[in-house]
Design a protein. Structure first.
Length: 112
């Protein structure tokens, strides 16, 4: 799983997901890896600029991350989605569940 902790800014953990697909083949590995990275953080931004496809398993893994942080009174935001992934989120109305931002900077600023 190609997850990279880019750093923190204003106590916000920024993570890059560098996989073309987030689907049944890697959703469990993604969930386990990112939840380990998020274990000490309350505020997380996931940069999805490298992701071109997400299936229901991938959506489930992202929702799992959101629930984990919400249970600790934290927040999980997504940013830099490709047009096709953003369209899927809108079609499935998942964009109403997640805070989605166009850029990393915008997502980090939204915590202020």
């Amino acid at each position: 799983m190609k997850l990279k902790e880019v750093g923190t800014d204003n106590n916000v953990l920024l993570i890059e997901l560098n996989e073309e697909n987030l689907d049944a083949s890697n959703a469990r590995e993604f969930r386990d890896a990112i939840q380990l990275m998020m274990s000490e953080c309350q505020r997380v931004v996931l940069d999805m600029s490298g992701v071109k496809f997400v299936d229901s398993s991938g959506l489930g893994a992202l929702i799992s991350c959101l629930r984990m942080l919400n249970s600790r009174e934290g927040d999980f935001k997504l940013c830099a989605m490709s047009k096709s992934v953003r369209a899927l989120f809108e079609l499935m109305r998942i964009d109403r569940v997640f805070n989605i931002h166009n850029t990393r900077e915008e997502a980090v600023r939204s915590f202020a």
